[in-house]
Design a binder for this molecule. Sequence first.
Ligand code: FAD
Length: 484
Amino acid sequence: MTPKPDEWKPTIAIGEVGAWYREVDVVIVGLGCAGAAAAIDATRAGAEVLVLERASGGGGTSANSGGVIYLGGGTAIQKECGFEDSPEDMFRYLMAATGPAPDEEKIRVFSEYSVEHFQWFVDQGVPFKAVFYPHYSGEPPTDDGLVYSGSENAYPFDEIARPAPRGHVPQVPGQAGGLLMHKLMATVESSAAEIVTDARCARLILDRSGAVQGVVARLDGEWHAIRARRGVVLCAGGFVNNKEMLGRHAPQLLSCKYRVGTTFDDGCGIRLGMAAGGETINMSYGSISLPIIPPKKLQKGILVNAQGARFINEDAYYGRLGEYAVYRQDGRAYLILDAETFDRPDVEREIAGVGESVEELESELGLPQGSLQSTLALYNRHAERGADPVFHKSADYVVPLSHPPYGALDCTTAGSLYAVFTLGGLRTSVNGEVLSPLGEPVPGLYAAGRTTSGIAAPGYSSGLSIGDGTFFGRRAGLHAARRR
Ligand SMILES: Cc1cc2nc3c(=O)[nH]c(=O)nc-3n(C[C@H](O)[C@H](O)[C@H](O)COP(=O)(O)OP(=O)(O)OC[C@H]3O[C@@H](n4cnc5c(N)ncnc54)[C@H](O)[C@@H]3O)c2cc1C
């Protein structure tokens, strides 16, 4: 079957399929972390699995990532590093951090089975070194295996749940996504699953009842219909590299200069799912990084907006800082420092202004007259006794900013690099079923990873994307394999 490009529609009726090129139990579209997890667990459940990957090799964005995996509840690594954690604390943190409408059912099951999910990675040969990296949240430069990867130990979360580091990092210095995907793909390759690369899936095949019966994909330059007897699992990534979709669904992300993903994060999987009747949710949300550290000393500065006012505790996780700056402050933010707190940040950041006095800095930044002066006067008044009653930054980082000259680092979206990827996507059940706007499963259709709206939308903590992508990828693969 060879549909011409101008005839491409995201769905096709089964009656239009002349002959099946292949028939398998489960077709998985995309071989990133979610697709690999789905393939591993579907194959183990006894299904005949075909993985279609559009690129010339698997890995996707997952292979280019930091490889941090959000896991907790008392994993072996947490215990060996001397941290106590429980599924309940993990649940409470995620419920608070991923508001305003957290997916309680998903967060419950993700927290409850997280220790088992950690063991699953170990079983696939992913190595973890039981050493805690204490210096800052996010990907460590070392091969240490455990980091804080969210705002667990910052206000208000430190009062909601017992803080514990939950960023689990495969043992390799620096970016660990390559090692992670190498191990997961090795498991898929050594299993009974078949992987076909340079295979772009472009349509879903529907029967008269609306059930998904297969896909149309381009293999060896030809379009073919492939039957999926039990289910199709969409794991084709997000839509950060589709400007048109971003403009429609998440226009604020367009102001961020560094869009994190491969060219195939073009929303194809989401659009296929929508065309088959799936609902999308949280489409405007993204993971938005605004790192102000390292060095940690910079957390002693204050972030202010275009009105010269503070808007967050600066010791929060850089993803929370980014979300607040972009969604609530329109991407206008400056980190204000004095002579004692100033340092060169590791992330390249321009100096937006300097002044011998606060008034001079305020004027150089174009802030309303008196605004920064009153913000600093209030901050310094409480900082004299190490307190921050307004935003509750930890006392470790609260010092009066009173030593001239003063400086401001540019944290605007226009003048600095904000890294983003999308978090919204298809609405799925805890078993990976794609749900219609009525909340009913689209028969035969499953999805996982950034093709779906995961746990963190909004309210990202590092590791949640690979964490929920693999966790719900496994469940999607398993449930597709068991469907009759
Ligand atoms: C620099 C960087 C650092 C990051 N660090 C972290 C981190 O530390 N922790 C974390 O959790 N997240 C991190 N992320 C985000 C995370 O990597 C991704 O959100 C996650 O890996 C997405 O996984 P996925 O399986 O949904 O998609 P992907 O890994 O992108 O896989 C999707 C696959 O589908 C294929 N595909 C697309 N369309 C089709 C089609 N039509 N037919 C067939 N195949 C198709 C693609 O080629 C791709 O291989 C980071 C991202 C980057 C770039």
